[in-house]
Ligand binder design. Structure first.
Ligand SMILES: Nc1ncnc2c1ncn2[C@@H]1O[C@H](COP(=O)(O)OP(=O)(O)O)[C@@H](O)[C@H]1O
Ligand SMILES: [Mg+2]
Length: 437
């Protein structure tokens, strides 16, 4: 009996020991699992905190225009705004930046703090213009360059047609050339950099972007300046938007150009190419040189009223320094050289024959001193000869223009213009033009 008791107790002892060991093992396993879970939870919590921090600094408003805007930017498409959104971001159109041929431009701010300029268009739109508008938006919105004003978006509601651009702090070059106090603020070096940057922007439109864009309205008001005076060309691709008001002429070529800057072929209903932008850029260069409007009835003496022709006459008489000194007052040698280059480039750009004008890539190289510039020929020959000597052009009738024997703007021989074989006689053939306002 006692033996049976002994067996039973030893068996139950063994069983208890096995159960205990199993329990202990389970506990250890559970503890390990718990530890792992804790670790994972801890890591997750850490990662979530990091996400929260990042989200805090970007401050994206989910479902608001900003998120949409960022998406559109990512897909390289200009964003479509509603008229309500535009009213909100311009505080009900409270700050006017200026106005031009297309309408009024207002200052605005997107919810993420990005400053914008909203151009509310006054154009009346028929179906054809609407189609052109959408096509242009597509082109402009995909054209990026450091020297071009960026289009962020547009509004095409029944009551509001508008374009939303990046905002440029210093406004247009026009103010810095012609407005009393501001005129004195820009140094020569800066003016030269503005000229080169602008030329690069136009070169991009003509020669580098996917689809060639002719601007048709290059002028100081369409050269905008960042806070650091980096120039950006504005309003490219708007030429097809139809009739505009006051400052713009309705030209046979389709309502393009501004008097004083528009190339003769635009006035004369002749075929226009990108060379009409080169002409307008030349006119801008003269205004930069003179820090005055090219045509100024109040200028001292009749011959100075139209600055480009006066500049040509001075150049022809070997007095180019005098043109430059009018512009800059005291100039250091380096700046003087740059200003003289600018004057010669301007004279080449405003040649009557489009083919005699350089391409924008040549203009950039000449302005940067990378391409030698041969003496320009008389761009105003046809005006002078048609005015019968009454316009102060007597000194230039034929003389040095013909004797230079070349109408290539560069002495390099391999200029990109390629077709600058114009003679003073061919330049004379139309005398009915209206290049002088
Ligand atoms: N993106 C912009 N940033 C800052 N100012 C601008 C911008 N766009 C236009 N402006 C201002 O508004 C004015 C009017 O512009 P616009 O309607 O294009 O007419 P225009 O080019 O004939 O002057 C400009 O001269 C400039 O001062
Ligand atoms: Mg403009």
């Amino acid at each position: 009996m006692s033996a049976a008791v002994a067996i039973i107790s030893s068996v139950s002892g063994t069983v208890a020991a096995v159960v205990m060991i199993a329990l202990i093992k389970r506990c250890v396993r559970l503890r390990r699992k718990m530890k792992m879970k804790k670790k994972i939870l801890h890591r997750l919590a850490h990662e979530m905190q990091a996400c929260d921090d990042a989200a805090g600094s970007v401050k994206i408003e989910i479902d608001g225009p900003v998120e949409k805007f960022l998406n559109e930017i990512l897909s390289e498409k200009p964003m479509r705004f509603t008229s309500g959104q535009l009213a909100a971001c311009t505080a009900n159109y409270s700050t006017e930046l200026g106005s031009g041929g297309y309408g009024v431009v207002y200052k605005g701010e997107l919810p993420n703090g990005l400053k914008v300029a909203v151009k509310v268009l006054k154009v009346s739109m028929n179906k054809k213009i609407q189609d052109a508008f959408m096509a242009e938006i597509g082109t402009i919105g995909r054209t990026y360059h450091v020297h071009l004003v960026r289009l962020y978006g547009f509004c095409f509601d029944a009551d509001t047609k508008a374009l939303v651009y990046e905002f440029l702090e210093n406004g247009s070059l026009e103010k810095y050339l012609f407005d009393g106090d501001r005129r004195k603020r820009l140094e020569w070096r800066t003016l030269h950099e503005i000229a080169v940057g602008t030329a690069k922007g136009i070169r991009y439109l003509h020669e580098e972007c996917q689809q060639k864009i002719v601007h048709y309205d290059i002028k100081p008001a369409n050269i905008l300046l960042t806070g650091d005076f980096v120039p950006k060309v504005a309003d490219f691709g708007l030429a097809r938007l139809g009739e505009r008001e006051n400052t713009h002429m309705s030209l046979t070529g389709g309502g393009r150009g501004t008097p004083g800057y528009a190339a003769p072929e635009l006035w004369m209903a002749m075929p226009a190419t990108e060379k009409c932008d080169v002409y307008s850029f030349g006119m801008v260069l003269f205004e930069v040189l003179g820090r005055r409007r090219n045509y100024d009835v109040e200028a001292d003496g009749e011959s100075r009223q139209w600055f480009p022709k006066w500049a040509w006459e001075r150049y022809e008489q070997g007095e180019i320094g005098c043109v430059v000194s009018v512009a800059g007052g005291e100039l250091g040698e380096e700046d003087r050289v740059k200003a003289e280059m600018m004057c010669k480039v301007a004279l080449w750009c405003v040649q009557f024959q489009p083919t005699a004008r350089p391409t924008m890539s040549s203009v950039v190289r000449m302005l940067e001193g990378e391409m030698a510039i041969v003496p320009p020929v008389n761009p105003f020959h046809y005006i002078m000869s048609s005015s019968g000597g009454g316009g102060g052009g007597s000194s230039s009738s034929g003389g040095s223009t013909g004797t230079s024997g070349s109408t290539n703007f560069s002495s390099g021989g391999n200029t990109t213009g390629g077709s600058s074989a114009v003679s003073p006689t061919t330049a004379k053939k139309k005398s009915t033009d209206v290049m002088v306002e």
